[in-house]
Ligand binder design. Structure first.
Ligand code: BGC
Length: 518
């Protein structure tokens, strides 16, 4: 027996004995050993995330066309808390070199951004390509890569050319699938030699609830009692829009697979919004309601994308309001498997059954959301520490549970955490000093990153984490009053100033990269 074989034998005997005796160590000390020994895989991505409308500004610069958010914010400024819009946003269109410098100083190895559809195709497929838009993204991509930052590109994050709304009501029409495919092809063709990480659409589940169920986002379509809109039908349109989104995603994936992947060698997925839904009691009815809440939220998109069919809870409750996939479409879905899923995650809720029990009126309680009432408290107990925003509670344990749920439901498909972050609501009395001293954001991120590590130890196949967000930015209906950035942005000068969380994230990344080599 050679020296090496003897060495291996000794080590094996030692670990065998340890298995017999070390398991007698009390649980907490063995857990500590594991805690200390955790390290992220060497190819793990640490990044920051953004989106075109929230960051770029330059709203009519160099040939960009008008998009749905340009029109919405200009026509209805009263719907935005500070009556503002993304015309200027944080002007990343002109300041991306400075922003990449900030990313370099954080030590991130990836940046998630989205393509402004109307910058590349001002009139969708009904007009020509705006080559200034292509040049902008080429410059951004090249500058990122030259600093060792991998571009992680979302083809579409809520904004689309207004022309597509005017012509055929955007996602309510199968025509939108053609337009999305057209955009995808142009992006793969022009950027795919350097972009290796693609997602098709950003959280259509959340977007559609806001745009077509409650009607608070453009195109402001809904019906009573779900919202107050001049047109729309909350009981049917959200499901039609999602159906078109799912098929558009599948077609784009198939296009990438068949035409580009072999040469470009990238991977592609979709991003969904997730929240952890904790049954409010141990009753069978509340547990089933929590499962229905998942079905009507992230599984609504992920089940068709991964398994080619809608969740059974949706089929049973919605009946004919839920569109059906034709046999050919099911095949297309199955052939266009995503390489990974992108997970946006911010908060948790308690869930109470409203199918078998009587319920108060509230979010989630109706048929179209699965008769599963979303609550932030059970008696006096909140689901997590409350924050300034009514929809966000600090509940890292929910994140761990969510990742385990997805791991089990989707056969441990690779996941990227494409968004996770904490929002500070700026009140009239809030000072800049307070915003810079963002201890709550650090508490939030550190809790959620611990939960991520726990989920990975549980076996969740997570490949990266993107903090939302690099900078304070245009936070949709909140305008600039809700700040998610690691960097503060002055509303007048647009000067970027690091918050305490920026140095905290820099240290976290540094330590975790170092740990791999210890
Ligand atoms: C969206 C972002 C948004 C963030 C914070 C996510 O659902 O993708 O665009 O800024 O939530 O509200």
């Amino acid at each position: 027996m050679g020296d090496l074989a003897i060495f291996v034998l000794i080590i094996s005997l030692q670990s065998l004995m340890c298995n017999v005796y070390c398991s007698c160590l009390n649980q907490s000390s063995s857990e500590n050993i594991l805690e200390d020994s955790f390290s992220f895989p060497s190819d793990f991505l640490f990044g920051t995330a953004s989106s075109a409308y929230q960051y770029e500004g330059a709203f009519l610069a160099e040939g960009k066309g008008l998009n749905n958010w340009d029109i919405f914010t200009h026509e209805y400024p009263g719907k935005i808390r500070d009556a503002n819009n993304g015309d200027m946003a944080v002007d990343q269109y002109h300041r991306f070199m400075e922003d990449i410098q900030l990313m370099t100083s954080l030590g991130v190895n990836s940046y998630r951004f989205s393509i402004s559809w109307s910058r590349v195709l001002p009139r969708g497929r009904f007009g020509s390509i705006n080559y200034s838009g292509i040049t902008y993204y080429n410059r951004l991509i090249d500058a990122l890569i030259s600093r060792g930052i991998k571009p992680f590109v979302t083809l579409n994050h809520l904004d689309y050319p207004q022309e597509l709304e005017n012509r055929f009501q955007s996602w309510l029409s199968p025509e939108m699938q053609k337009d999305f495919l057209y955009l995808a092809n142009i992006c793969f063709k022009h950027f795919g030699d350097r972009v290796k990480l693609w997602t098709t659409l950003n959280e259509p589940n959340n977007q559609i609830i806001l745009s077509h169920l409650r009607g608070t986002f453009p195109p402001s379509r809904c019906s009573l009692p779900y919202g107050n809109c001049s047109q729309g039908n909350s009981e049917t349109e959200p499901f039609i829009a999602a159906h078109n989104v799912i098929l558009a995603h599948a077609k784009a994936v198939q296009l990438y697979r068949t035409k580009y992947k072999e040469e470009q060698k990238g991977i592609i997925g979709i991003v969904v919004q997730t929240s952890w839904f904790e049954p409010i009691s141990d009753s069978i009815a509340d547990k089933a309601a929590a499962e229905r809440a998942q079905a009507f939220y992230s599984n609504w998109i992920l089940d068709p994308v991964i398994y080619g069919k809608y969740p059974k809870e949706m089929v049973n409750i919605l009946g004919s309001a839920l569109p059906r996939f034709s046999r050919k479409e099911v095949e297309c879905l199955k052939e266009s498997q995503s390489d990974f899923v992108g997970i946006n995650h911010y908060t948790s809720y308690f869930i109470q059954d409203c199918l078998l029990s009587s319920c108060n009126i509230g979010v989630g309680a109706s048929k179209v959301e699965g008769y599963a009432l979303k609550l932030d408290r059970k008696g006096n107990l909140t689901i997590g520490e409350p924050t300034d925003i009514n929809w966000q509670h600090i509940h890292p344990e929910g994140f761990r549970k969510m990742l385990n749920y997805l791991k089990d439901r989707y056969h441990n498909i690779p996941m990227f955490i494409t968004e996770n972050g904490f929002g500070d609501l700026q009140k009239p009395e809030t000072t800049v000093k307070e915003l810079l001293n963002d201890a709550k954001r650090i508490q939030y991120m550190s809790g959620y990153l611990d939960a991520l590590q726990s989920a990975m130890r549980d076996g969740a196949n997570v490949k990266g984490y993107f903090a939302w967000s690099l900078l304070d930015n245009f936070e949709w209906l909140y305008g600039y009053k809700l700040r998610f950035g690691l960097y503060h942005v002055d509303p007048v000068t647009l000067k970027r100033t690091p918050k305490r969380s920026a140095s905290w994230y820099r240290n976290y990344i540094g330590e975790n990269i170092r740990r791999r080599y210890d």
